[in-house]
Design a protein around this ligand. Structure first.
Ligand code: MG
Length: 343
């Protein structure tokens, strides 16, 4: 990757919704959590859209169809139709269609989102290893997916049929805790077969390519809550990104991010689309300033002095930590500095 190492969050004098033509928004942890909208998401998205920003929703979840996702967004009060939703099922269907003849049979281990995406690419979903499939595709099938579906995948893969996975997210965070995601299901088949799937979802290039092809974005901004999918996907696609702190990433993880996981911008929630972003000034010798804060890297810990908005303090700390870490993750203790910010 030729991209230079990011050592501080970027500033923007313009509102992000004006500086970028299209927001490529992750869903869970950004727009909603479980079934409910995240605070400020509905109003912020409406304002960004009214201001002329194109909004697209990009999800690694292959279970639901774009229609179903758009319906959910509409229920929450977010105007969206199926064409505004891009799923890893669509990305993996394109990948398969590029490698197999039109009309090829594909054994589906997963849900309706995969079947619809395969048909859209002229492929024929089948249900059994006895149906002579030319490929196996595995996507999240929901909690009711029977164990026997994995056996069908294994029978076909053992005969040399190529194997594809929509995504490899190991976990799905929910109200009651952490549930196994499609990546865990892929591991079951990998262990049983010794084979390796081709994977489409974030942070890999097929998903980013699908998103750009479908949106026509010229100056996209990836908006996500997860460093190893959303932000790394933006890094791999060489586009800018905004991390929001409404999902799975907390401040210590952000400070300890290696270069491919460092976002261009960080903000509390989607209101960040409607503002500029403050510059982080200074350097390692004199300290990094943002708002009323100054952050420095000591021998063992990050230090923070001053006062002001918590997010500005975090931005200054990002610069201190990322500069100290360089091409690696910063291992300095940030506990005391973050306690001052209430983060
Ligand atoms: Mg997410």
């Amino acid at each position: 990757m030729s991209r230079s190492v990011r050592t501080r969050p970027a500033g923007s004098g313009r509102h992000l919704s004006e500086a970028y033509d299209t927001a490529l928004l992750d869903l869970d942890g950004v727009v909603y959590a479980g079934g409910d909208a995240i605070a400020h998401a509905v109003d912020s998205l409406a304002a960004a859209r009214d201001g002329g920003m194109h909004l697209a929703y990009v999800t690694n979840n292959a279970l639901r169809t774009p229609d179903a996702v758009a319906g959910h967004l509409t229920e929450l009060g977010i105007a969206a139709d199926a064409a505004d939703v891009i799923t890893s099922a669509q990305a993996v269907a394109r990948l398969i269609a590029e490698q197999l003849p039109s009309g090829a049979r594909v054994l589906v281990i997963g849900g309706e989102g995969l079947r619809v995406a395969l048909r859209e690419r002229g492929l024929e979903p089948v249900e059994s290893a006895e149906d002579d499939p030319a490929a196996v595709v595995q996507g999240y099938g929901g909690p009711e997916l029977p164990w026997g579906r994995f056996a069908e995948a294994c029978y076909a893969i053992a005969r040399g049929v190529p194997w594809y996975a929509s995504n490899t997210d190991l976990t799905i965070p929910g109200d009651r805790g952490i549930a196994p995601g499609n990546g865990a299901a892929v591991e079951v088949v990998r262990i049983a077969t010794g084979a390796e799937p081709q994977v489409a979802g974030k942070p890999l290039p097929p998903m980013h390519r699908e998103t750009i092809l479908r949106t026509g974005a010229r100056r996209p901004l990836v908006v996500g809550d997860r460093l190893d999918t959303d932000i790394e996907g933006a890094f791999n696609g060489e586009v800018d990104s905004l991390l929001v702190l409404t999902g799975v990433t907390d401040a210590p993880q952000l400070l300890a991010a290696p270069p491919r996981h460092r976002p261009t911008y960080v903000d509390a929630d989607l209101r960040g689309l409607l503002t500029g972003q403050p510059e982080v000034t200074g350097d390692a010798d004199g300290g990094f300033g943002c708002g009323g804060w100054t952050a420095t890297a000591g021998e063992e810990r990050l230090e923070l002095a001053g006062e002001g908005e918590a997010l500005d303090g975090l931005r200054a700390l990002c610069a201190a930590a990322w500069t100290a870490g360089g091409k690696e993750a910063c291992g300095l203790d940030a506990g005391k500095a973050l306690a001052r910010l209430g983060l």
